[in-house]
Design a protein. Structure first.
Ligand code: PMP
Ligand code: GLN
Length: 383
């Protein structure tokens, strides 16, 4: 492994999912639903396969049906208009969208300011692009992980090329507020920065939280690359359909990198996701309601088991603090948890440069059937 990647090794998700299988534990580690997305969307994929749509290389930017559906989604949900021909790009999941954006937009040595804890592919993708990550740490404050705007401003230097934002935020469940997003936008405009914003959990916001796309803030449309994922929004993580919406020059740049990574992907699934994006509001409302019920089951279970719970305003993850259990090392805790309780979770420290700051936090995924969550909660309570 070369020097750029040496620090990364195997992803925590692979390690912990393997541990779940080998110990027969309930896997609340890796974030994938244990129930597939809508039947009619699966049928749409079968139809595409059978009718020979997408079985050969689809067009480089994605099939027109899907690009049109993505543009329509941004328009109807957020009032953002994007031209499906020049401002939308289909990618192999959000993961490729992130990697291709960074590979396309960074010069070696450029600094990327990213919220910490950060989704693990961010650090690796910045490294592959030869960039330098500059983390700004979200810290617990009144039950929520909060962004310190002064710290964010102080992190920007003359070498900063872009801000890498994620809202709703994995792993903390924080949803950035209008005021926080407005401040980020002001900073980006003021310092003339590009922004890559990972909004894959855009449809998973709870209570009175609202997902606001950063691209909709003043001065942002032309400098923002927005990323979405059908894996997250429709519970088909294995299909690897993601997308980018941005101004034409940015989409062209990202596409230049993308064409040498995968060229294209997921042919028949692209047609199915085009249909999924046109599902009525009842689908999106139902998805959110189901996940909210699951959040509450797991949050209550974790609280009863003695964890401090940061109730997430978005995503399908709950971050906990294990110190009330008399523990302080999330890595050790997560490695022992399958034996102790038959449950797998993720140590948040893997999402930090400052491992010390992340040490006491552990993440549980709640995109699982209610009976599975109840059983996991019961096991943790008996632990
Ligand atoms: N960004 C975040 C914040 C995620 O949590 C995930 C997936 N779990 C991804 C990107 C990757 O999405 P995809 O599976 O579409 O590549
Ligand atoms: N994004 C999912 C998570 O955060 C996992 C995706 C992956 O395994 N790469 O758990």
């Amino acid at each position: 492994l070369n020097r750029r990647l040496a620090e990364f090794g195997t992803t925590i998700f692979a390690e912990m999912s393997a541990l779940a299988v080998s110990t027969g534990s309930i896997n609340l580690g890796q974030g994938f639903p244990d129930t597939d997305g809508p039947e009619e969307v699966r049928e749409a994929a079968v139809r595409a396969l059978r009718d020979g749509r997408g079985n050969q290389y689809p067009p480089g930017p994605g099939v027109p049906e899907l690009r049109t559906a993505i543009a329509a989604h941004q328009q109807t949900r957020y009032g953002l208009s994007y031209d499906p021909d020049t401002e939308v790009l289909v990618t192999a999941g959000a993961t490729e969208a992130i990697a291709a954006s960074l590979l396309a937009l960074l010069e070696p040595g450029d600094e990327v300011v990213a919220l910490e804890p950060y989704y693990d592919s961010y650090a690796a993708s910045i490294a592959m692009a030869g960039g330098r990550r500059v983390p700004v740490t979200l810290r617990p404050h009144e039950g929520r992980f909060r962004l310190d705007l002064d710290e964010l401003r102080a992190a920007v230097t003359d070498r900063t090329r872009l801000l890498l934002i994620n809202t709703p935020h994995n792993p903390t469940g924080t949803v950035l507020t209008r005021a926080e997003l407005a401040a980020i936008a002001e900073l980006a405009v003021d310092r003339d920065l590009l922004v890559v914003t990972d909004e894959v959990y855009e449809h998973l916001v709870f209570d009175d939280a609202e997902h606001l796309p950063l691209a909709a803030f003043p001065g942002m449309r032309e400098r923002t690359v927005t990323i979405g994922s059908a894996g997250k929004t429709f519970s088909f993580t294995g299909w690897k359909v993601g997308w980018v919406t941005a101004a034409p020059e940015l989409v062209t740049a990202v596409r230049s990198a993308k064409q040498f990574l995968t060229y294209v992907s997921s042919g028949p699934f692209q047609y199915a996701v085009a249909e999924a994006l046109a599902l009525p509001d009842s689908y999106f409302d139902g998805f959110r309601r189901d996940m909210l019920a699951r959040r509450d089951i797991l949050a209550e279970g974790l609280t009863a088991a003695g964890f401090e719970v940061f109730k997430p305003a978005g995503t399908y993850f709950i971050t906990t603090d294990i110190r009330p259990l008399g523990e302080k090392d999330g890595f050790a805790f997560c490695r022992a948890l399958p034996e102790r309780a038959g449950v797998v979770a993720i140590p948040n420290a893997v999402f930090y440069d400052d491992r010390e700051a992340g040490a006491p936090f552990v993440r549980f995924a709640f995109c699982k059937r209610e009976e599975v969550l109840r059983e996991a909660a019961e096991r943790l309570r008996r632990m």
